[in-house]
Design a protein around this ligand. Structure first.
Ligand SMILES: Cc1cc2nc3c(=O)[nH]c(=O)nc-3n(C[C@H](O)[C@H](O)[C@H](O)COP(=O)(O)OP(=O)(O)OC[C@H]3O[C@@H](n4cnc5c(N)ncnc54)[C@H](O)[C@@H]3O)c2cc1C
Length: 413
């Protein structure tokens, strides 16, 4: 069950040989780092410990892995970045921390890489890649979850700046973030072209962060609400252009739905390996329980779920690496990995019997960490809506005023 490069059936087989060797080396280094430095999940948010880990992850090249080297990143493509995040998820039980790293990178840093001006890249990227600064991304609001175009945060232009007012919910990294990429409506009711993405520094007067949530899983990833009350943001902090917010968001979701989920591949692989070891060791009725077909078939089904999800994820990553605009492959990858994670978590708990439901075990941790994965980056129901739409299955007739919007599908989160 080890990740190997260069075989015919290997999802990463089309990485060039030297790159594959370098990536494999980086994966091994990340795995060692994760075991050494991220070997436990802190019981509650300790900002100093989080920052310490973040800086170390920065030194490993993790928090800027897909950023070009010219801006301080590691310059990896999507396939290599996924492999490295898989190694992080495999090496560390702190899936929440790995999730935070990936959310920073794909939802906040990549928008600067892909939509930022040269000046914006030089200003923000180096410290975001070195681990000195942490980024967060806010689009979700109390009243606008899946329906992102319904967001109520407003940005009103006044000369050379905008004034932002509104509230963001469930913002990953908010309690520790130095920089926020925030989506706001510059043309309320303007649909796809009504949103604009802003980079907002955490010390901007009027920006306040609520207390961290206590979540069932991903406990190593701090999440909170954010308020924006009359925040004055320079016009030079707009990403892309006014009205390009939905495009910025859609771009970041392609990265998230593909590479971020590689963290879960690693976590699943770790738990599957420990499950195989457990069922070989645990004896009932005088034999190892792994000898019972009900047990061994369950392990085979877990393997099937992991390996098929893995193929879909690396297929999506190869598409991203080639610059594909396809949104179906990332949506399928997200669906497959998150559903596999919940299933493998449940099965791993079941196979451990009563030990499975004790807190602190790797199986119950995977299950708890897997539950949010069906919700963030756009719920699995929304992924299915998006895939159905791509298949030409929209369901009911749309009212005339919504037809134009259908040509630019809403950026559901
Ligand atoms: C751990 C975690 C981290 C997160 N991090 C961030 C972050 O960093 N930044 C950020 O902006 N947001 C973040 N989110 C928020 C996340 O993007 C939203 O939770 C998600 O988009 C769903 O929105 P909602 O929770 O309001 O659910 P709702 O949209 O209210 O959905 C509730 C239920 O209704 C279903 N539903 C809604 N509309 C439809 C439809 N049209 N068809 C079928 N079913 C539908 C949903 O699938 C879901 O089952 C995070 C969430 C979690 C759990």
């Amino acid at each position: 069950m080890t990740f190997t490069f260069g075989t015919d059936d290997d999802p990463a087989a089309d990485i060039k040989t030297t790159e594959a060797t370098e990536t494999a080396e980086m994966c091994r280094a990340v795995e060692r780092f994760a075991r050494r430095e991220l070997g436990f999940v802190p019981p509650s948010l300790d900002r100093d410990e989080f920052r310490r880990r973040w800086l170390l992850a920065g030194r490993q090249g993790l928090v800027g892995s897909v950023v070009p080297e010219a801006y301080g990143g590691s310059g990896l493509d999507a396939v290599s970045a996924a492999a490295v995040l898989e190694a992080l998820g495999y090496g560390s039980p702190d899936t929440g921390f790995a999730f935070s790293v990936a959310a920073h990178l794909f939802a906040a840093v990549m928008p600067v890489v892909e939509f930022g001006t040269e000046e914006q890249k030089r200003r923000w990227l180096p410290a975001l890649c070195s681990g000195e600064r942490i980024a967060a991304h806010g689009i979700t609001e109390p009243e606008a979850g899946s329906d992102t175009l319904a967001l109520r945060t407003r940005a009103v232009r006044e000369g050379d700046h905008y004034v932002l007012d509104g509230a963001k919910a469930f913002t990953t990294n908010a309690p520790v973030a130095d920089v926020f990429v925030v989506q706001a409506a510059t043309a309320p009711g303007g649909g796809y072209f009504g949103l604009t993405a802003f980079v907002v520094e955490a010390d901007t007067p009027g920006l306040t962060v609520g207390p961290p949530y206590d979540k069932v899983g991903l406990r190593g990833s701090p999440t909170a609400d954010v308020r924006l009350d009359g925040c004055v943001v320079p016009a030079s902090h707009v990403l892309g252009a006014e009205g390009a917010g939905a495009a910025v968001f859609a771009g970041s979701m392609k990265w998230e739905r593909t590479c971020l989920f590689a963290v879960y591949l690693g976590a699943m692989r770790r738990v599957l390996e420990s499950t195989v070891a457990y069922v070989k060791e645990r004896e009932q009725f005088g034999v190892p329980i792994g000898g019972f077909q009900a047990v061994s078939h369950r392990v085979v089904d877990m393997t099937l779920a992991l390996e098929s999800a893995r193929l879909l994820l690396y297929k999506a990553a190869r598409g991203l690496a080639r610059g594909s605009e396809d949104e179906v492959a990332p949506a399928l990858a997200k669906l497959a990995v998150s559903e596999a994670a919940v299933r493998i978590g449940l099965d791993a708990v079941q196979l451990r019997g009563a030990l499975g439901v004790l807190t602190g075990g790797d199986a119950e941790a995977l299950l708890r960490d897997a539950l949010p994965s069906r919700i963030f980056s756009g719920t699995n129901e929304i992924q299915k809506n998006n895939i159905a739409r791509a298949l030409g299955l929209g369901g009911t007739r749309r009212p005339a005023r919504r037809r134009r919007r259908a040509q630019n599908p809403p950026p559901t989160s």
